[in-house]
Each structure stands twice: as C-alpha cells, then as structure tokens.
Design a protein around this ligand. Sequence first.
Ligand code: GLV
Ligand code: MN
Ligand code: MN
Length: 417
Amino acid sequence: MTETPERWIDPERVESAIAALAEHGARGETGVARLVYSPEWVAAQDQVAAWMSEGGLRVERDTVGNVWGYLDGRQGDLPIIATGSHIDSQNPGGRFDGALGVVAGITALAVLRERFGDPERTLAAVSLVEEEASRFPAANFWGSRAIIGRIGTEEPKRLRGYDGVTMVEAMRDAGLDPGLVQDAKRDDIDTFIELHIEQGPFLEHENLPVGIVERITGYRQYLVTLEGAANHAGTTPMDMRRDPMAGAAEIISGVIDTAFRMGRPCVTTVGRAIVTPNERAVIPQQVAFTVDARSPLPEQRETLLARHEALMFEVAERRDLKLSLRVDSDRQPVMCDPALVETIAQAATAAGVPAMTMTSGAVHDAMQMAEIARIAMVFVRSAGGISHSPDEFTTTEDAAAGTEVLTRALHTLAYPS
Ligand code: GLV
Ligand code: MN
Ligand code: MN
C-alpha cells in the first residue's frame, strides 16, 4: 500500500480565507458582487494586503490597484515567479472564481516561508484588478493588461461602466491616479501560475480534484447594435417594418445554432440584451446584445467568427437595419508552457493528488501574462460544473488539494534542489 504524502497545506486555512473574503460584497447566502474599485472591492484588497503581511510577505500596490506580496529570493536580481488571480466578481457571481487563486497564492508563499525560509528565486503572490469586466464591459483583464503594458493612455477616459461612472472617476474613488496606469507595466516576470476553479464539468466527470491546463481558449466578445424604426405595434403592417427585434432574434438564434452545429469545443453565448424603448406595444428603435464566441482551436475560432459576422451583415442588410459592431475583447488561444505543465504534473504526483491535463474554456489573466512570461494553470473541480453564479462551489478538500499542488510546484521552481 502506498502512503499518502504529508500535506503541506491545512485545508482549514484555505476555507476560512475564502469565507472571510466572501463577506466583502456578499449577496444572499453564497453570492458575491464585488465590482472593481467599489468600496467592497477596496475592503477586499485591503484584506488581501493584510494577509500578505501576516504571511511575512513584502507588500506593494501598483498604480492600477494590483496588490503584490513578495517572498524575496537570495538571487533578487533574477526575474520573479508569480502566482495569483483576481478578486473582482461577476454581478453577482460566486465566492471562488478568482478569489481561490488569490487565497491559494498567499497561502502557498506563507507556507513555503514557514517550512523552508527564503527561496533562491523571488516569489510573488498577486491579487489582480477587474478580470471579469463586470463593471466596465470593455475593461477585461484591466490589472493584467496594465502589467503587460496593454492599456492605451486614453483608455481610462474612454471607458464607462454599466453604472455610468467613467474609469477615471472609479479609479479616483479607490484612491488611484488614472494618469499613472502605464507605470504598472513590468518586465521582470519569468513565470506566472494561476490557480482557478475549473468552472466546467470535466474534472467532476472524471472524478478528479485537480486539472493542469495545457491550453486556454481563444475568444471574441462583441456588442452588436441593430437600429430600425420605432413604430406602433398594432398599426404597422409586418411588411412595412424595420424591426431590430426581428433582426436580433434571427441573429441570436443563428449564432447559437452555428456554434451548436460546428460542435465541441466551440461555444457561442448571447448573455445580455438591451431593448430601446422596452415597451409591449412598440416596435423597438434599437436592440443591442452581446455575442461571446470561443474556441481553443485557432482555425475553428476564425471559422466561427467569420460565420457569425457574415450572418450579422446579411440579416441587417435584408431587413434594412443599421448594424454597428463593437469588439470589446479579442484574443487568440494561448498555450501553456510544456515544462511548467510537467513541473505541475510532478508536483501533483509528489503530493499524491490525482490530476489530468485539460483545456480551459474560460479566459483568464494568465493568458494576458503569457505575453511577457511563461504561464500555466492549476484547476480545481467545480461542483456541478457551475460558475459565474452564486451556486458556484468547490469543496475545501479540492481547494486544498489544488493549493498543495501549486505550493509544491512553486517550491520546485524557486528553491534549490
Ligand atoms: C472569464 O470570466 C470568462 O468569461 O471566461
Ligand atoms: Mn476568474
Ligand atoms: Mn469569471
């Protein structure tokens, strides 16, 4: 009989931190609405900074609001090894998306310090800003994009949240200077490992607690706006209408059907629609809706997007509607670093944690970091595959198993063998 290796991570430590973080922006029993730069978000980032200090990490906040905790290495001039995720949530979302990666990163570094002292290479845990774009629709990956230098100087002025507040105002409310966003850029990160809940059904299906990501999906997110002519619902004959709702219905069912017919792994979602005016007896003037289309296979992504766009133009022209297409996010699939994937697989074996390699259908800060660092991800099982919902759940045992694997992988990378 093989013995279970001694665990470095105390599950209770992970569980209590997740519960404490979930109090900031709590919605109902299990939900969280923690929108970037809101008072709840500021309080949660303060909590994260406090945990970093208590764990013996040197804390820094950058100009966009990312919080960094360093375990300084003996070879301080070498590029750093970082881990982390985000603490902003969907509106409302669950308590694990992003938050678990932040908690796991801080826990991992604190435990490594307690057990092994100073590393050879500097390790950093980071809590990133606005991954979800749940407050600012076009600000996905705001924190990680700032780190890789992909925020334009005019962007903070241009971006407006669903609540009407500009990014400039929101940053000022959180005590940050929007004119300094560019200063968050860095070029000293060698490796970034993000731990995250799977947010899908595959680990549960395979009865495994942990996944090791090899590839992250590519995607494009559009805001599609169709403009027609508002008129009376009773007096306007069907053949004399310029009805944007009819066009939207055709496009929405068409894009969903296209992804369905093309088959796995591509997916298309229409998650938000705005009808103006929004009245029972009025043909609308305008219908705007989001289209989120994804595939981890580069060629399939291109085909999917080309079919979606062809349908949008065809329907708009045939129905005499004005179409405007805004692309809010656009990213090719990203490969994880094979050597890092192997390091994580070996860490799982050493920890006695069963794991499999897999693809991420969700997008993550790690895919931005891939522009400046080698990346990999550790996934933990999501109960029922549910996420972006207050029903999101991961057991303490699985959360601790993933943190164990992360901690051991960081140990391999940062401590001398
Ligand atoms: C990330 O939250 C995603 O939408 O995949
Ligand atoms: Mn996330
Ligand atoms: Mn998310």
